[in-house]
Ligand binder design. Structure first.
Ligand code: LLP
Length: 460
C-alpha cells in the first residue's frame, strides 16, 4: 500500500485524504490510483539507501528508474525532480522521455532487438548510454554513429550466469535466454574466447563507440541480496581482466534492477538499505582483491519504486458461490474429500488491466474499499469480466460476507507491470491513471474510450 492510503472515519479507503468513492465518481472504474507523494518518497528512499552504501566506494550510485514498469511524462518529471535517471527499452519509451523533456544524458536505452530507427533516435537525443545486447548490434550502433560523425556511449549487457528465479537465484550458467553477451568461454568462433570479451575488444576498437562499461540484470522480484552480490563480483572480475588485457578503462558498472516488493504478507523482501549494504560490501572487497578502483555503480529499479504506490479500484458486479471439492488436509482422512464454498466476486476489469496473475501466477490481495463491514469473512476469488476462466485478479482472499454489487474493491501493489502490460482484450478500454498529491487528484493518463478503440478500425 502507498504510505498515504488509509481508511477515513466513515470506513472508506482514502489516498491522500481523498475517498475512493469520489475518485470513482470523477474518473470511473477500473482506475489505477497512484500516490505521487509515495512514488517520490520511495524513489528518494531507494536512491538514498544505495547512495549511502556506496558513498565511500564510488561516490554514490546512479539510479535509473526502469520505465518499463510504468511510464508516462508525469512520472518522468517526478523521477528527474527526485534526482533519478530513466531507463527505457524501446523507441516508444524514448518518445515519452523526449515529450517529458528529460535531458538525453540522463536516459539509457535497452532492448535485445533495437531497430536502426531506435538507434538514430537515441543518438538524436544524445542519450547517456545505449546498452548493447549482442555483437551484431554493437557493430550496427557503432557504424550508424560513425556515419553520423559521432560516438555512441555504450554499455555491454553481459549474462553473468547468475539467474534469479522469483525468490531464489540459481548460480549456474543461465545462457539459454535471449538477452546479453555470454561470459562463458568458447561462446564465439575463436577457441576460449567469450562473446563478452569479443564485444569488449570490438567496442574498444570501433571509432563509432565510446565504451562506458558493463551491465547485467539477473531477474525480477528478487528478495535477497546474494544474487546481486554474486553478479557484481563476477562482473568486477571480468571488468578488471578486460582493463588489464586491453589497456582500457571501463568507468561504469550497471547492476540492473529486480528488487522485489511485498504483494501479500508472505512476501518478505529485504529492505533496500540491507541489499545495498550487502552489494557494497562485495564491491568493496572484490575491488580490494583485484587492486582496482571501483567503477561508478548504477542500478535500474522499476517495481521497487512504483509497485506499491498504486492500487487498482474496481466495482463489484456479479457474485456467485460454488462448492469446491478438495482432498482432506488431514492425512488420516485421506481419500475423503472435503467440500467448502468459494465465492466468485466479479469486477469490471481483469486480465486486461492486470495480466500478472495469468502470466506469472502472481498473487495479489484485495480489500473492500468503499466501506467497512462487520460481516464475517468469506473465502473469495476476485475475477475479471473477460471470456476466460483463467481471468483471475486475486486467487484467494477473505472478503466480508456481505460484499455486494456496487461495492468498490481495491487491489494494492499494481503500480508495476499492470498498466504497462494492459491490453484491449474483449475490446475493453484501458483504464486511466490518477495521481494524488498533497490531497488533490489529477488524471496523469486518461482512460481509453470506446471511440479510441473504434477509431483504429479502418472500416474497410
Ligand atoms: N533493467 C533491465 C535490463 C530489465 O530488464 C528490467 C526488467 C529492469 C531493469 C527492472 O526490473 P524491476 O526492478 O522492475 O524488477 N513483467 C514482469 C517483470 C519483467 C521485468 C523485465 N525487466 C513482471 O510483471 O513481474
Amino acid at each position: 500500500w502507498a504510505q498515504d492510503a488509509a481508511r477515513n472515519d466513515s470506513g472508506q479507503l482514502t489516498v491522500g485524504g481523498i475517498p475512493v468513492s469520489e475518485l470513482q465518481q470523477q474518473y470511473g472504474t477500473p482506475l489505477f490510483v497512484m500516490s505521487e507523494d509515495d512514488f517520490r518518497a520511495r524513489a528518494r528512499a531507494f536512491s538514498d539507501a544505495f547512495n549511502n552504501a556506496f558513498a565511500d566506494i564510488c561516490g554514490g550510485v546512479d539510479v535509473y528508474y526502469a520505465g518499463k514498469s510504468f511510464l508516462c511524462t508525469a512520472v518522468v518529471r517526478w523521477v528527474e525532480e527526485e534526482g533519478l535517471r530513466l531507463d527505457t527499452a524501446s523507441g516508444g519509451e524514448l518518445a515519452v522521455a523526449a515529450k517529458a523533456g528529460i535531458p538525453g544524458a540522463d536516459v539509457a536505452l535497452h532492448g535485445n532487438n533495437k531497430s536502426d530507427r531506435e538507434i538514430h533516435r537515441a543518438l538524436d537525443m544524445k542519450l547517456g548510454r545505449i546498452v548493447v545486447d549482442s555483437l551484431g548490434e554493437l557493430v550496427r550502433v557503432g557504424d550508424i554513429a560513425q556515419r553520423r560523425g559521432e560516438q555512441a556511449k555504450v554499455m555491454l549487457r553481459l549474462t553473468p550466469g547468475v539467474h534469479a528465479h522469483t525468490h531464489e537465484f540459481i548460480a549456474t550458467a543461465h545462457e539459454d535466454q535471449k538477452f546479453g553477451l555470454s561470459m562463458a568461454a568458447d561462446t564465439t568462433e575463436q577457441a576460449g574466447l567469450s562473446a563478452a570479451e569479443e564485444a569488449v575488444a570490438a567496442a574498444s576498437a570501433h571509432p563509432g563507440i565510446e565504451l562506458l562499461g558493463l551491465h547485467c540484470h539477473i531477474g525480477s522480484q528478487i528478495f535477497e541480496p546474494d544474487g546481486f552480490a554474486l553478479a557484481a563480483q563476477k562482473l568486477l572480475r571480468f571488468l578488471a581482466a578486460m582493463q588489464e588485457k586491453y589497456s582500457i578503462v571501463l568507468p561504469e558498472l550497471d547492476l540492473g534492477g529486480g528488487y522485489g516488493i511485498a504483494y501479500t504478507p508472505v512476501d518478505t523482501p529485504r529492505p533496500a538499505s540491507e541489499i545495498a549494504e550487502a552489494m557494497a560490501a562485495v564491491v568493496r572487497s572484490t575491488c580490494a582483491e583485484l587492486g582496482i578502483d571501483s567503477p561508478r555503480i548504477s542500478i535500474e529499479p522499476g517495481r521497487a519504486i512504483v509497485g506499491s504506490t498504486t492500487f487498482t479500484l474496481y466495482e463489484v458486479g456479479t457474485l456467485k458461490t460454488v462448492r469446491v471439492d478438495a482432498p482432506a488436509a488431514d492425512a488420516s482422512d485421506a481419500g475423503n474429500n472435503v467440500t467448502y464454498p468459494r465465492r466468485y466476486v466479479s469486477v469490471d476489469g481483469g486480465m486486461s488491466d492486470n495480466a500478472r496473475p495469468v502470466l506469472y501466477d502472481a498473487d495479489y490481495s484485495a480489500i473492500l474499499a468503499s466501506r467497512t463491514s462487520a460481516a464475517g469473512p468469506q473465502l473469495s476469488r476476485v475475477v475479471g469480466k473477460h471470456c476466460e476462466s483463467g481471468d483471475i485478479v486475486v486467487r484467494d482472499v477473505y472478503l466480508p460476507e456481505d460484499v455486494a454489487a456496487g461495492d468498490l474493491l481495491a487491489v494494492p501493489g499494481t503500480g508495476a507491470y499492470c498498466w504497462a502490460l494492459s491490453s484491449n482484450y474483449n475490446y475493453l478500454a484501458r483504464p486511466g491513471v490518477v495521481a494524488v498529491r498533497d490531497g488533490s487528484a489529477r488524471l496523469i493518463v486518461r482512460g481509453e474510450t470506446e471511440e479510441d478503440l473504434l477509431n483504429r478500425d479502418m472500416g474497410v
